[in-house]
Write a protein that binds this ligand. Structure first.
Ligand SMILES: [Fe+2]
Length: 389
């Protein structure tokens, strides 16, 4: 690990009450992520919360330590402070849609607080009103077109699962933040993520890490021509996108899908309303810093438009997005969090992309609580670049 220094958040107060230190990482180009130490999150004053919010919008990933005692209700209330008008879970509360989607195995609702989800791996009993459930860590085995062989896995190699934003991308606006609380963290040797995309890229990570990259860095490193294209592009997501793509297969580096005609047809989809189909700018503007951020859920995209003109077919759209996005997941640009029990990661869902990593044995216990809320408003594009809806 290396100690890093970069410009920390401008203080909301003349005398800041919270302190933030850069997170340790061996990835040399990571310019985001801070450690807030231990905080009394339910007891944060409005001034302290404002500092925390500014840190999330500036540094994108904020780790708060020592939160094993944070209740689901307290986690929900904290998450809601970032968007007080938000009510519903980020993917909504329609069980028939979740059941039909690729997300069904990933999330279990806490009965008294359904906006908070239990996720992880292994058998969990008598937990927050849940009598008995067996969790399965989502892994590339069920999703990548060409998974790792068991022999390569036995040598400590693994994969990113799926680079994404947390968002329903139908009917509901993408959450502002996600909070992710580690209660139990699996123990085991570190692993090496292999990209298997024609590059020799690989990344050393802890078992069961969560990986993040910066959407601002993704935008900043585009060529001038690519920036101009990205700023003028709008993204239309498929209706019920996680149902639509549930049979599709992913690239080995977790960055998008192959186009093999596996997406559901319109007739095969649950009933949908054209008015609820989501169209968003490809580049979003950070509401605090004004920085542009390349923010797109490549798996759910059905069409791209430049000045209302569609750009090619689905395969061409995916190819264009892949070209724009691939540089951002270079090993030097990935922050892979080394979880400790009690870590609460608050991430700017409108400023980073993230991925589950690795595959766990059935008896490896990983217990997390996750919360995000469908936002009260859509993300804003960069003014003058394109329309935002
Ligand atoms: Fe996620």
């Amino acid at each position: 690990m290396v100690a890093r220094s970069f410009d920390l958040a401008p203080a909301a107060l003349a005398t800041p009450k919270l302190t933030f230190a850069p997170l340790a990482t061996t990835s040399s180009e990571v310019d985001f992520g801070v450690d807030a130490g231990t905080l009394d999150l339910p007891g944060l004053s409005s001034e302290e919360f404002t500092e925390l919010e500014r840190a999330v919008l500036t540094h994108h990933v904020v780790v708060v330590r020592g939160q094993r005692g944070l209740t689901p209700r307290e986690q929900l209330e904290l998450t809601r402070r970032f968007d007080p008008a938000a009510l519903a879970y980020g993917h909504g509360h329609r069980p028939e849609i979740m059941q039909a989607s690729v997300l069904v195995q990933d999330l279990v609702s806490i009965p008294d607080c359904p906006q908070v989800k239990l996720l992880g791996n292994g058998r969990v009993r008598d937990h927050e009103g849940i009598a008995d459930v067996t969790l399965t860590h989502p892994s590339h085995h069920a999703f990548h077109r060409t998974p790792l062989t068991r022999e390569r896995e036995a040598r400590g190699l693994t994969r990113f699962y799926r680079w994404h934003l947390d968002a329903a991308l139908y009917e509901l606006h993408p959450p502002r933040v996600t909070t992710l609380l580690a209660l139990d963290v699996p123990e085991g040797p570190d692993q090496t993520v292999v990209y298997d995309d024609g590059s020799a890229d690989e990344l050393h990570v802890s078992l069961g890490t969560t990986a993040f990259v910066s959407g601002s860095k993704a935008f900043d490193t585009l060529s001038p021509t690519q920036k101009d294209f990205a700023l003028r592009t709008r993204v239309r997501y498929a209706p019920h996108p996680y149902v639509w793509m549930r049979h599709a297969r992913a690239r080995a580096n977790g960055l998008g899908l192959f186009s093999e005609g596996r997406e559901l047809t319109r007739d095969e989809l649950p009933v949908y309303d054209d008015d609820k189909v989501t169209t968003l700018p490809l580049v979003w503007k950070n509401p605090l810093t004004g920085r542009p951020s390349l923010q797109v859920h490549a798996y759910c995209v059905e069409e791209l438009f430049v000045e209302d003109e569609p750009i090619g077919d689905l395969d061409e759209c995916r190819r264009l997005l892949y070209e724009l996005m691939r540089p951002a997941i270079a090993p030097a640009r990935v922050y892979a969090h080394r979880w400790q029990p009690g870590d609460l990661v608050i991430f700017n869902n409108r400023g980073v992309w993230h991925s589950v990593v690795g595959a766990l044995e059935p008896d490896a216990r990983r217990v997390y609580h996750q919360c995000n809320l469908a936002a009260s408003e859509a993300p804003r594009g960069v003014e003058g670049a394109c329309r935002t809806s």
